[in-house]
Ligand binder design. Structure first.
Ligand SMILES: [Zn+2]
Ligand SMILES: [Zn+2]
Length: 177
């Protein structure tokens, strides 16, 4: 097999990359430098980046790559279940280099997404609903990350329905008692 990468990644990364290349071939997709570049970046980051964030990273290595191509590649890889698309709280789509079912913590303020390590969540009882065959699930926990929790006023509960985080506290907000 032709090696496209120059730097030698760590063993686990190498395996993931080999797996990815095999899967591309099995699915009849061309193994292109651009696809490998984007996957390599997704594999490394734990941040579940947006398409634009991925674009900004990969053009450092491949300056002529267009945003449209990045979108197209992300869509193709998502359709073939080689990566996953995550839509936290109906915001902008975010991409996950790990397409296997796993669970997320989502910060409702900064929309940070963090993977939850497997801790029994993969063994929840499946609901039995007529006319619907449940095949899997992903759990999304919503809350505040450490950084954002620090911005809230201490006496307020951590999770309010409409919390806005700005530098100053609103001066004359009437609250029902
Ligand atoms: Zn946050
Ligand atoms: Zn994830």
């Amino acid at each position: 097999m032709e090696r496209v990468m120059e730097k030698k990644p760590r063993d686990s990364e190498m395996n993931r990359l080999d797996e990815f290349i095999n899967e591309l071939r099995q699915k009849g997709l061309n193994v292109t430098y651009q696809r490998l570049l984007i996957f390599k970046h997704l594999m490394k980051t734990k941040n579940h980046p947006t398409a634009e964030e991925i674009y900004r990273e990969v053009i450092q290595e491949y300056p002529s790559l267009s945003m449209a191509t990045v979108y197209k590649i992300l869509e193709t890889l998502t359709q073939h279940n080689l990566i996953a698309k995550v839509n936290p709280l109906h915001g902008e789509a975010r991409y996950d280099g790990d397409p296997r079912p796993h669970h997320h913590l989502v910060c409702v303020s900064c929309k940070k997404i963090v993977d939850v390590p497997e801790n029994g969540l993969n063994h929840l009882p499946l609901p039995e609903v007529a006319n619907f065959k449940v095949m899997g699930y992903r759990v999304q926990f919503e809350g505040l990350c450490d950084e954002c929790a620090g911005k809230t006023e201490p006496e307020r509960p951590a999770l309010d329905t409409e919390v806005t985080f700005c530098g100053k506290a609103p001066e004359e907000v009437k609250r029902p008692n």
